[in-house]
Write a protein that binds this ligand. Sequence first.
Ligand code: ADP
Ligand code: MG
Length: 324
Amino acid sequence: MGEFDLIARHFKRPVRRAALGVGDDCALLAPRPGMQLAVSSDMLVEGRHFFAGVDPDALGHKALAVNLSDLAACGAEPLAFTLALALPSADDAWLAAFARGLYGLADAHGCELVGGDTTRGPLNICITVFGEVPTGQALLRSGAQAGDDLYVSGTLGDARLALEALQGRVALPPALLAAARQRLERPTPRVALGQRLRGVASSAIDLSDGLLGDVGHVLRASGAGVRIQAKDASEWIAENAYGISASSLFDQDFLLQCVLSGGDDYELAFTAPAAARAKVAEAALQANTAVRCIGQIESAPGLRVVDATGRELTLPFLSFDHFA
Ligand code: ADP
Ligand code: MG
């Protein structure tokens, strides 16, 4: 199978929303009047972002999911994407499974593949997504204000828990491992929630590198600080995700580390004024996505994590690199 057979076989489908798709030198996109194009790229490299030998269907899903998550964080509606692939070989069965995972998620979001590049090399997947957002309404990192609530969608820390288990550092009961692994390998981009938060949230970001590090980006962009209630954040992984008490399995510091600084969550963190609480609840309901308030924005810069009594925690992982 040559390069062009490979593309024709696995990555060429008729387009419905783009003006021109795969097959020419450029694809052509026509955003609707009054809309801005939201553009983002994310690359997945074998050995760094995923294990060699990972299920190709899950890999196809995740490669697009992490990109859709960026559109979600901007409140954009997915439109199209390109796919740049380096492959060690043209393995037809692998490509078919990869394309299945990719198109499964793409079709669920009406996001179509319009072009890309294919080359031989160590396995590397780079997707660029294009979305539409009404002019001036994109959610940005820079709008958080002192007094705003800080919210997070879904659950946090479960992808990190799976990683710890797959690397042999912790043992998980089979049902918990399966659930956590699903979160690591098949994250759910919060696309509907992002769109519902337009005009409600004052800032937003998607969580790829861990809550504290990513919220740190919002704080820097907004010139603000935050107080996070550790209890609210850590109880969540225990109660919400698995219906079993993870806190009975692990010590509290380990759980907190997963929740506060584990990566690969692909949830949204966002801020909204206290006066918008009912609107946030309505957006979450409409998007069928759980959200939870875990803290408040403050004018004093910095990241403060407090326990149930309001005492500030000093945990070793709170201070490494990007949260320093
Ligand atoms: P060019 O040399 O003009 O950049 P290519 O020969 O690399 O074009 O690609 C031919 C066509 O196939 C282009 O339309 C390109 O966008 C598309 N394409 C190449 N690789 C992929 C891929 N992995 N997925 C989708 N489309 C692809
Ligand atoms: Mg060309």
